[in-house]
Design a protein. Sequence first.
Length: 219
Amino acid sequence: MGYGAVLMVRKALMSVIFVCCGFGATAEQIVIAALGDSLTQGYGLPEEDGFVPQLDRWLRAQGADVRLINAGVSGDTTAGGAARVDWTLTPEVDGIIVALGGNDLLRGIDPAVSRSNLEAIVKVADSSEVDILLVGMQAPGNYGADYKEAFDAIYPDLATAYETGYAPSFFAGLTAGGDPDAARNYMQSDGIHPNAAGVTLIVENLGPYVLELVNATRQ
């Protein structure tokens, strides 16, 4: 029996154990892990106002039987995500949202390094037969045009190469009205993290992409 087959058998057996013992999801429930940084974790907000709880409520309002796992760690880079993706993908996990890269930008990390780390995450999820949604992040212009071009291309390139789901931008919901300055009204005082109202807009934009991920896991 090959490695892939062994992995599939192990995942199936562990899922049965989790359900029979009363842990985790119901038989029909889809489990999605949200792998990210402070934006995913819900930094500076009451727990119920964070990204994962708000997304969970949005999905349930659409009739999706889903359980979300908050795998967001404040300060995490793509390297941190790559280091912990193996144990994040427990046997019950059906899909993963990958929303990392913001802290790479804050630190000015070489886009080639960020690309390698994100690709490592995608490869682990792909080998585990877990469906993937890559959420894009855009570099600011202060690092120069070459840096921005290289960084911005990471997400669509990987999504195409590995045929994953792809949402162009985590923050797109804040500028949906066409006015970038309006986004300031939806940020916390640090200018980096969204407030509760901002998270609501982000969820409304990303929600349909996550719903596609949920539906993909059922196929």
